[in-house]
Ligand binder design. Sequence first.
Ligand SMILES: CC(C)(COP(=O)(O)OP(=O)(O)OC[C@H]1O[C@@H](n2cnc3c(N)ncnc32)[C@H](O)[C@@H]1OP(=O)(O)O)[C@@H](O)C(=O)NCCC(=O)NCCS
Length: 222
Amino acid sequence: MDRADGRQRELAWRTCPIHDLPRDLQAMGLPATDLARATSIADPAARQRFLTGRTLLRATIAELCPDVDAHTVAIEVAASGRPTIAGCADMHVSVSHTHGLAAAAVSTRGPVGIDVEPLSRTDLPPGHAWLTTSEEDRLAAHPPEERRRHLLRLWVAKEATLKAHDTRVTRRSITIHPEGHDRGRAVEAIEPDADGPVVATLDWERVAHRFVLAVATVPVEA
Ligand SMILES: CC(C)(COP(=O)(O)OP(=O)(O)OC[C@H]1O[C@@H](n2cnc3c(N)ncnc32)[C@H](O)[C@@H]1OP(=O)(O)O)[C@@H](O)C(=O)NCCC(=O)NCCS
């Protein structure tokens, strides 16, 4: 199995190829609520992406929170589309799926967002619609052959951050700072509104050389 994952004490994330559900995931089964939602998805490929995402999310919950019954715990969906775990206010979850790969993250340290995209993706919206001025300047300083990959990293970082914030911020209000990208880690600051800046930690990984993934967490104020 082509897999990548990460785990810290309060954060776990996993990826799984969509065409290749590993046996331990299949063995988990899914509760009727997940299956009912799956049957409402007409497109078979989208249904498979959803099922893989749900199965992977439950496996990741089991890994980080063994005291929770990950087989049966209800995964609810807020009006915004954000998944939440019934009765577990301190557990935050996020899912992403693209052609060929699903990713799931579970955090008990605060809201989390995960996003994965294939390195081959070329249909991102025009940069001026979602990059900040400083990001556009930095991008222009990259050699042309590196720009597409850099742009994709900015995109997954912003998508993960949007999800951590339940999409209440805009892409242009999120600034991805360059420090540490090459060490596989970036720090990113968001200045959405009068509530003041919110800082999230971002973990970068290149998954199996074909995907770019970002995990964003929002620290909860003490
Ligand atoms: C919501 C959004 C982040 C999803 O990203 P995507 O690249 O299309 O798809 P991904 O596969 O990466 O993610 C899909 C998952 O995002 C999650 N999701 C959906 N809405 C979400 C939200 N508001 N907050 C956090 N997570 C959300 C769901 O878990 C979904 O998977 P599931 O339906 O299988 O459970 C994306 O559509 C987006 O950025 N939207 C911008 C804001 C927006 O359009 N808001 C809508 C109305 S104004």
